[in-house]
Structures are given as C-alpha cells and as structure tokens.
Design a protein around this ligand. Structure first.
Ligand code: DON
Length: 307
C-alpha cells in the first residue's frame, strides 16, 4: 500500500478538529496535558511503522491497559474468567454502578471499570499486586522493545486519591463475594496499570499480537491462543468504548479500546495495529481526534472488518 496519500488524508481530516473535545479532569494529574497534541502510529505485520505527529510522546494509557490484563487473565485462567465477569456490552458509562446490583456483583464485561477491577483481582489473587504490575510492565517493555516504559506514579496516586467511584464499585462487588483480595490491594494494582505511560509507537507495537492470531509476528511469541485473540477482539468491538461502542463500530468497524488519557488502540486483524493519541474526549471518554483519524484510515485502507 502507498501510505503517503493515506497519511496525508488523515492529516487533512484531523487538522480542523485538533483541540476539540474535553480533556479528562477527574484525575487532576491528567488534566495538565496539552489538548492540541495528536499522534498516531500504525504497525504492520512486517514491523514497518507509519507515524504522524506526536507519535513519540508518552501518555497515560488508562483504560487501554484493560486489554492487556484481560489477555493475561485468559492466558492464566482460561474459561473460568467468565465465571466472574460477563461479555455483553453495558450501554453505560465506564464507571457506572447501576447494573451491578441487578446482576449480583458480576460486571457486564472486562473493559468497563468494574470488570477490569475483577480481572485485576483475579491476577492479584494468583500472585500479588506488585507481581501483576511488574509482569504487565515487563511484557509491554519486551514487546515494544523499549525498556523505558514505566508507571507514572503521580498519576497513580492522583487516581487513588480521587478513586471514590472505583472503591465503591470494588466494595459493592466484594459484598457479593466477587473480590478475592482486599479491595485496596487489587485497586492499588488497578490504579497503577492505568497509569502506565506509553507512546503511540510503543502501544501499537506492544499490541501487534492482537492482529495476528495472538502471536507477535516479529518475535513469534504466542501471547494468547488464537481462539482467545479472536474473542478479545470481539469484546473490544462490542465493549471497548462503553456506551460509545456502537458508534465506534459504525464509524470505524475495528476492535478498539479507548482511554481517558486520550489514547485509542485499534486492531485491524491480519493487517496491523493502530494507536492514536489526542487528549480531547467525547462524552463517553473516546478521543475525538483519534476517532476522526481512524475513520479516515479505514476509509483509505479498506481495513474495517466489515470492509
Ligand atoms: O478507572 C478510571 O477511572 C481510569 N483510570 C480509567 C478510565 C478510563 O480510561 C475510561 N476510558 N475511557
């Protein structure tokens, strides 16, 4: 594919939108980011990388970390993951609590906060909070080939200091017996996984296995089985953007995951992985400019899974 016109079309489509949307301010340390940033990286199966803008600059991956912890949990525990968390779209905000009472403390899916907290709780119960976070960072470093990836401890602390809603979700699930560790221990790991800082280049590279049947095409390491890779992508398509998942599927048609730091990770099965970053968000917490960039990319490449 000739990428030059594709990248030019993405630049032209995004330019009028740069700075639009609202930067997340519910975590004070996230609110300080420059809203005019935009970066994008596309990594292909060959390892070739196409980039635009601030693709080097690390940002807080936030909820995008939920995809990596879900992959770890499916690898460690297999089908039993689904005893404690569902796989249906929630149609609700990322931090919503309302379904949890009716559904007896079983979160709708692993990509909303409640579901991701349960996934992290499973991982922590099998090791420890530190071990889970260290394993996550080690994998991200290994796959992006970059030893500098780390947790922004200030963001993690800021998140914990303002984490009443996540504590409410976790204690509510604990009351139904769906937490296996102390709430604080599992939340400590959850807050830290959200505070990992990575650039678009690192993120797209680290997730490349998701576009190639669970196997990293460069190192040839099988990260998750082919069956689970397919299913992680299915959950990303149906649940990756909370109550904006339908709109994202309609506009872009790729499995994706948003984070309130302004990142979007999108998987084009068989083609490659795309990471975008622009801090202005829509009401559901999806990056406005990132979604425009991805919309243009699928238009120009024909990479939507719906063609
Ligand atoms: O749990 C939280 O509030 C955040 N650390 C993560 C939320 C997030 O990224 C939602 N995504 N769009």
């Amino acid at each position: 594919m000739d990428w030059k016109p594709v990248l030019a079309a993405i630049e032209a489509a995004t330019a009028p939108h740069i700075g639009s949307g609202k930067v997340a301010d519910y975590i004070p340390a996230l609110a300080r980011v420059d809203p005019s940033k935009f970066g994008m990286a596309v990594v292909l199966g060959s390892g070739e990388m196409l980039t635009l803008g601030d693709s080097h600059e690390p940002f807080s991956i936030q909820s995008i970390s939920k995809v990596f912890t879900l992959s770890m949990a499916l690898r460690w525990f297999g089908e039993s993951v689904w005893d404690r968390v569902g796989r249906e779209p929630s149609g609700s905000a990322f931090n919503s609590i309302i379904q949890l009472e009716n559904e007896k403390g079983i979160p709708r899916n692993p990509l909303i906060n409640a579901g991701a907290i349960v996934i992290t709780d499973m991982l922590v119960a099998a090791s420890s909070a530190d071990a889970v976070v260290n394993e996550l960072i080690a994998r991200l470093r290994r796959f992006s080939g970059d030893e500098t990836i780390k947790i922004d401890e200030e963001v993690a602390e800021s998140e914990s200091a303002t984490g009443s809603r996540n504590r409410a979700l976790a204690y509510f699930m604990a009351s139904f017996g769906n937490m296996n560790n102390s709430v604080e221990e599992s939340l400590g790991a959850y807050f830290r996984q959200c505070a990992v800082r990575m650039s678009c280049r690192q993120l797209a590279r680290a997730a490349l296995f998701l576009a190639f049947d669970g196997r990293d095409p460069i190192t040839r390491e099988q990260m998750v089985s082919r069956e689970y890779c397919r299913r992680i992508n299915a959950v990303m398509m149906s649940c990756g953007h909370y109550d904006n998942s339908g709109d994202f599927a309609y506009r872009i048609g790729l499995p994706g995951k948003s984070g309130v730091g302004g990142g979007i990770l999108a998987v084009a099965p068989g083609h490659g992985v795309i990471a975008t970053w622009s801090p202005g968000l829509n009401a559901a917490g999806t990056s406005m400019v990132g979604a425009v960039a991805l919309e243009e990319l699928v238009e120009a490449t024909g990479w939507s899974v719906f063609v």
